[in-house]
Design a protein around this ligand. Sequence first.
Ligand code: ZN
Length: 544
Amino acid sequence: MRATKLFWNTLRQAPAGVDLPGQQLLLRAGLMRSPAPSVWTLLPLGQQGWERLLACTVQVARDAGAQPVSFPWARPPESESGRGARWRFGEPAGWAAWDTAARELRSYRQLPQLWYAVQPHMSAHANTRAGLLGGALGRRLELFGLYPTLKEAQAGQQALTAAYSGLWNRLELPLVAAAAGPREAAAWLWEHPDGETAFFRCAHCGYAGLPAATEVPPPSQDTAPMLPMEEVETPDCTTIAGLADFLGISPAQTMKVVFYTLEQENQVICAVIRGDLNIDEQKLARAVGNKPFRPSTDSEVRWIGSVPGYGSPIGLTRVQVLADPSVISARNLVAGANKEPFHIRNVNVGRDFFVHQVVDLRAVRAGDPCPGCGEPLAEGYGFALGESMMHTADEAGIPEARYLDQAGQPQPLVMLNMVWDLDRAWGALAEVHRDENGLRWPAPVAPVHVHLVAIKLDVPEVAQTAERLYERLQAAGLCVLYDDRDERPGVAFKDADLLGAPLRLTVSPRALEAGGIEAKWRTGGEPQVVPEDALASLVAPLLS
Ligand SMILES: [Zn+2]
């Protein structure tokens, strides 16, 4: 590429509105622009760098045996009756992958399959101030693995995880691998306080996990004797804090009761947890099989025989009771009396009410014990760059996705889904690889490998040498930006630092006189004059 022909404008200052320094450099270096808040246009050099990251991630997929596919980028309305319904754009491609699997994969002999596709994605976490890391739209590499058993899917997940970790290590992009759910589901985060994704980590054992995936070890069993229940009048005590204050006890001696309604079944759920703790609704969602639910209305609470603000599971027959282990291990809690304005002292699970399901519902807080070692957890934030999960055909709601095993028996397919957000990953690389003068790209994802600058193009030897180098370097497989503009050296060098190609080569009368071309690595070190025939070995690392 010749700078005189290239669509490329650098800026002295980043436009207002973006906080992250790497994103400001992407703007200043003329790699991207924002036509509207939270959406990004990659300009030619930017798109070229992005495509090189894409190539790296695709290579990892291909090395793992993945085959390319392209799934529809939108989902049509589901039925005739949905006429007038809109196509849904930016939907995850999982439905199309399942559909293809269900129609085409019939026998164990066709398994496993590994497919990859580049898909657009609408983010639920747009952040106008975070550049590519907060884009409302993104392009993602999605991998779909189809396996005959969960065990094989898990092995596939481990192999892919190791391969991609290798890539991010080579690109020196540090990612936190956070537990994200059952079966080693994972989220990969680039840690930053502005990130949208909270996680918890343990400095002692290295555990990291998303809040809903972090199960706090249950408190030890209180062995105090169960005292007789005792009704107590508690006017205006409809909150845990108010109740604890009024009775002069700590919130941990009360029971928190929250009613939810499963929308499809119209079933009321009574979720109970120790009063000083909160319910994590994502954990609750998992406990109810990801069926849609909402807080119960006051009339629903009255219909099941309770009273808003004074509820408990005692004596209720029309509810499903889900209890956090913190309630099971406690003794003699204060709970609502299901009538106004009364509470009951000395309520004990098993004796005074029954639970249908004991399940971890606890919203994790910093300082809670680590699931791995019990040491206190710390909270962090990050931008989510990747995720991985697996589902059986039945869990995915595609029961027809079955293959015949060796015995001729139909078995559910298992799908592994791994996703990498390439826009975010390239944006994170810009944050990691930079200094006060500009970007410092690792060679595999740099917009160009070599920034070739010619000083005093009116000197014939300079022009001829620069042209010759431009041709030779490209013939060697390098991506070269030839700055053939009539700019002062200071301006050309500033732009080269800003853009951040790993190697800058300068052809000038002074360097030629000294016997060669001036070479300067963007990562540091003094410029040195290198004879032209030594260039091949100098640039070799850029291609490895
Ligand atoms: Zn730990």
